[in-house]
Design a protein around this ligand. Structure first.
Ligand SMILES: O=C(O)CCC(=O)C(=O)O
Length: 287
């Protein structure tokens, strides 16, 4: 993508209010309106849609969701969005701890895709220990209504912090694992283009079916605690690092270059060009 014109990331906001922080701390998720401008969101929508449609290697989760992982390492345009410092700062304001980027992903749902991404928590899929505050920002790249497959959340479900992984194609999987969750309130959160939700790694959520004729495009950046350690679990991101010959010691901090904390963000872009030149491949596997 060397000659690709960059898309300016116009931040709608640089900080969140005390109310956002309180809501997030209470419920395990919060909606943040106007995280980026509408125009910026729509520009990224077109760009990322072309990547998703062209991406034959993007993982298709039994037809329900197409996912391109770590796109920021292989595409300079998307990197501008993923590395936006304001998102990082807001994630730290909400979680209240220093963080690192775990990975990003483009999550797209094809038109007339009637399959939901069923209720699940993210954390159980990750090879992490010592990470109690992981947080994802899910940015709507177009107006994302219920009909288009917006996200839904179970407030306070992050109190269940020991659950095993759930099946994304089974609407009852989460409830089978923790029956109490079936009776807890569900909140469906339609978003306008440029709005976002931030959710905790243990907050149960679901992406609805896309009943419309348009692609549903979202860009997601996941942050983990800065002190997160590798627990030797199998995961596409760490498996790939190991395959690339990078050391990932068990029980030690995940502090490799691709997991930047905020202090190194500014210097990162040039370093990454060096580190990843010649290694442009699509990496895509869920969670
Ligand atoms: O976009 C979706 O439909 C699901 C998103 C999701 O599961 C996530 O961001 O963790």
């Amino acid at each position: 993508m060397e000659n690709q014109a960059l898309i300016a990331v116009e931040s709608g906001r640089k900080a969140v209010s005390e109310k956002h922080i309180k809501d997030y701390q209470e419920n395990g998720f919060v909606k943040v309106s106007n995280l980026i401008s509408r125009e910026c969101a729509l520009n990224f929508r077109e760009y990322s849609k072309n990547l998703a449609v062209d991406n034959v290697n993007g993982r298709d989760h039994e037809g329900r969701l197409n996912q391109i992982v770590n796109v920021w390492q292989i595409d300079d345009v998307m990197k501008e969005l993923t590395l936006k410092e304001e998102f990082f700062s807001i994630a730290e304001q909400l979680s209240g701890v220093p963080l690192r980027i775990w990975h990003d992903h483009i999550l797209s749902k094809a038109p007339k895709n009637e399959l939901a991404t069923e209720w699940h928590q993210d954390q159980a899929y990750w090879p992490h220990q010592n990470s109690k505050n992981s947080i994802s920002v899910w940015i709507a790249l177009q107006d994302t209504t219920v009909e288009m497959g917006c996200m839904g959340f179970i407030p306070k479900s992050n109190i269940f912090d020991q659950l095993r992984t759930q099946e994304l194609d089974n609407s009852r999987s989460l409830y089978t694992i923790e029956p109490e969750l079936e009776f807890m309130e569900k909140r469906i959160v339609p978003l306008k283009a440029g709005d976002a939700t931030f959710h905790h790694g243990r907050t149960a959520h679901r992406g609805g079916p896309n009943l419309l004729d348009e692609w549903r495009m979202a860009h997601v950046v996941i942050y983990m605690d800065k002190c997160t350690e590798f627990n030797n679990g199998s995961h596409i991101i760490t498996n790939q690092l190991i395959e690339d010959g990078i050391e990932v010691p068990v029980g030690k901090e995940l502090n490799q270059t691709i997991f930047p904390c905020r202090e190194v963000l500014k210097t990162l872009k040039d370093d990454l060009k060096k580190d990843f030149s010649g290694k442009k491949k699509w990496r895509s596997l869920y969670k």
